[in-house]
Design a protein around this ligand. Structure first.
Ligand code: PMP
Length: 303
């Protein structure tokens, strides 16, 4: 079991994590009508009395937008206030992950979003590396990412994660670490909870927003960091076969940070990954508030 932070925000109050429980009849549990966020908290290496949150504004805005898709009016400001209070009340001492969740909390049956009670909770857990930082192997999934015409892919809708779960388990069962999903057009989309970047001829290339990707906050950060380092970044369709001949490939996300890919299917990628390393080191320095150029990406919370 993960090490949960001791206090959760539940039904409008801060309560011990063990008391934050929902009924088996909860509507969202049955219909996937929830949406979540996920952000990492870092203990400031220069001052253990401070927690650093990366791009908190963006995370709050995305969750507020996800709530809109569920017909739930929850402002980014409210989410921001709850998350910062949540961190102060828990006063964590190790790296952690915050999971805010909006959902249909009613106990009735029948899938719908109207005339139904919604709610919002936040809990946290300690989190180290989600994937091996040294690099991973990826399978091309036989499962395809959903299409935006079927569900709002810009929201992190909980029900949508069945596809990620199927793809991840299929990959692990086949001896791989992660899965890369294509979109319905057969173009490269993303991994089970990470966006993807490829390096070819010194340029970074990542699928564009019209490829049914999640609008990842790490992806957005990597683009800015890469451009500031002087790299060209292209956002476009990517063919599967480009992955096999890429100079470098990496996944990125809040949990995965920047994770190099060593192998796709049976294609081994070059061991030397200088651009991935540069981006990764830069992102680490930013999240630890060691880069003054990116201070506006960091929320400092005094414990
Ligand atoms: N794609 C999916 C499907 C995800 O769940 C995540 C994790 N939130 C990402 C990409 C990466 O997004 P972010 O960088 O905002 O964590």
């Amino acid at each position: 079991m993960p090490d949960f932070l001791s206090i959760a925000y539940f039904e409008g109050n801060f309560v011990p994590f063990a008391q934050a429980n929902i009924s088996i009849a909860t509507h969202a549990l049955h219909y996937g009508t929830g949406a979540f966020g996920g952000l990492r908290g870092t203990i400031n290496p220069q001052n253990p009395q401070q927690v650093l949150l990366f791009r908190l504004d963006r995370h709050c805005k995305r969750l507020s937008n996800s709530a809109k898709y569920l017909h739930y009016d929850l402002s980014a400001t409210k989410i921001y206030d709850v998350i910062t209070d949540f961190v102060r009340k828990n006063a964590p001492t190790k790296p952690f992950y915050i999971r805010p969740f909006v959902y249909t909390s009613d106990l009735g049956v029948a899938p719908r979003l109207h005339n139904i009670e919604k709610n919002f909770f936040v809990y946290g857990l300690e989190m180290g590396d989600y994937l091996s930082p040294d690099g991973i192997s990826c399978r091309i999934s036989s499962w395809y990412r959903q299409e935006d015409r079927s569900l709002p892919l810009r929201g992190k809708i909980s029900g949508a994660y069945i596809t990620s779960a199927l793809a991840k388990t299929e990959a692990v069962d086949a001896g791989f670490d992660e899965a890369i999903l294509m979109n319905s057009q057969g173009k490269v989309c993303e991994a089970t909870g990470m966006n993807i970047f490829m390096v070819r001829d010194g340029k970074l290339i990542t699928p564009s927003f019209d490829q049914d990707i999640l609008e990842g906050i790490t992806r957005d950060s990597v683009i800015t960091i890469a451009q500031n380092l002087g790299f060209e970044v292209q956002q476009r369709e990517i063919d599967k076969t480009e992955l096999f001949i890429a100079d470098e490939l990496f996944l990125c996300g809040t949990a995965a940070k920047v994770t190099p890919v060593k192998r796709v299917e049976n294609y081994h990628l070059p061991q030397d990954k200088p651009i991935t390393k540069q981006i990764k080191d830069s992102l680490t320095a930013i999240t630890e508030n060691r880069d003054s150029n990116y201070q506006d990406w960091i929320t400092v919370i005094d414990l």
